[in-house]
Design a protein around this ligand. Structure first.
Ligand code: KG4
Ligand code: ZN
Length: 350
């Protein structure tokens, strides 16, 4: 059988066992699910500690780490699920967005597996994967819903009209919210990954520093758009200004004030989207979804407004491969299979 026949003729199963591979940034992740919601294995080998001393992800180090870890992660996933490759029905892989060299490791490995075992290969958008993590959390969740997509590379309010049609109501016009957390962490002398460290420090601080409003009244774009670069600059200016005046900076107050400014606007716009669409469900996706202040504030607000809130476990907010299986399953049902010419893409538009 040629691989062309696999792509064209593999019969679809109702609840396929999907092996998913994610290597877009600094986590080498491999997961196995039955259908799109039941996790059978979920392995992550992170190279974050190797990047810490550089203050951010070094693409070449990430690629090398994926090369070293991808086989082991796959073996571990199969072992922990008690399965062999002969039990797998399809291979899903993150095609992008992400670091090109890092993505290429996962894509090449996935192609090799698919070709060797005559399995359909499902290319998955990392962004859609984050959004699909909600299906792993709430096994009964069905669209429509609004999702806050808040990661290191993306920030958007997205309307999931059904399993496939995702409409972006608004997005950041410059930095992503996670990127802003990482940059502010650096300014405050905190280690990479910055988000969790800013959150930790913010717990000891107060929201007392006045920061500029995001996108002024004259902004012509969508009312759901964001801008985080001004916020970051305001923090830099504040820290430099106070230092020049010889004043001691209360870093915890800076972290807390920044966190409020960065997160409150996400919450405001998400609930505005809920009001405008009349949808009754709000989900959270992406690494910043692990933020405790965001989670607590959303929980309170959702209770008050009688909105169903889907908060994926922190592990499924940050990069993982189970979310790639969840989205891979949706694409499987549409037979969105790739052939062996599949390439990685640094940028994907949802
Ligand atoms: O979704 P993700 O794991 O990777 C991307 O696709 O970008 O998101 C990573 C981002 C990083 O910027 C990280 O600092 C941020 O999510 N992050 C957090 C927290 N945990 C991770 N930001 C704020 N608070 C957190 N607890
Ligand atoms: Zn991600």
């Amino acid at each position: 059988m040629s691989y062309f026949d696999v792509v064209k003729n593999t019969p679809l199963k109702g609840e396929p066992v999907i092996l998913g591979i994610e290597t877009s940034c600094d986590e080498t992740a491999v997961a196995i699910t039955r259908g799109g919601r039941e996790i059978l294995a979920d392995e992550i080998i992170s190279s974050a500690s190797e990047h810490a001393r550089f203050g951010g992800v070094v693409p070449e180090i990430a690629s090398r780490a994926h090369t070293e870890a991808v086989y082991t992660a796959t073996e571990n996933a199969l072992k922990s699920a008690g399965l062999a490759m002969s039990d797998i029905d399809a291979v899903a892989v993150t095609k992008g967005a992400g670091l090109l060299g890092a993505l290429l490791v996962g894509v090449s490995f996935a192609k090799t597996l698919a070709f060797s075992f005559n399995l359909p290969l499902i290319p998955v958008s990392h962004i859609r994967g984050h959004i699909a993590a909600a299906y792993l959390t709430d096994k009964t969740l069905e669209p429509p819903f609004i999702t806050i997509l808040a990661s290191g590379g993306h920030t958007a309010i997205v309307k999931a009209e059904n399993y496939y049609d995702l409409k972006v109501l608004g997005r950041t016009v410059d930095d992503a919210v996670g990127e802003a957390f990482d940059k502010v962490a650096r300014i405050l002398g905190l280690k990479y990954p910055g988000g969790p460290n800013v959150e930790r420090l913010a717990k000891d601080g107060k929201n007392v520093i006045k920061l500029p409003k995001m996108l002024g009244n004259n902004y012509q774009g969508s009312e759901f758009d964001f801008s985080y670069s001004g916020l970051k600059t305001a923090i830099i200016n504040y820290v430099h200004g106070e230092t020049q005046k010889g004043k001691e900076i209360n870093k915890a107050d800076v972290a807390c004030s920044f966190q409020h400014a960065a997160i409150d606007v996400l919450i405001e716009k998400a609930f505005k989207a809920i009001r405008i669409t009349g949808y009754k469900t709000l989900a959270v996706s992406g690494g910043v979804g692990a933020n405790g202040y965001l989670r607590d504030t959303l929980t309170e607000r959702a209770e008050k407004e009688k909105i169903k809130l889907v908060l994926p476990e922190k592990r499924y907010c940050t990069d993982n491969a189970a979310m790639i299986c969840a989205e891979g399953y949706l694409q499987y049902k549409k037979r969105n299979f790739a052939d062996l010419s599949l390439n990685a893409q640094a940028v994907v538009e949802f």
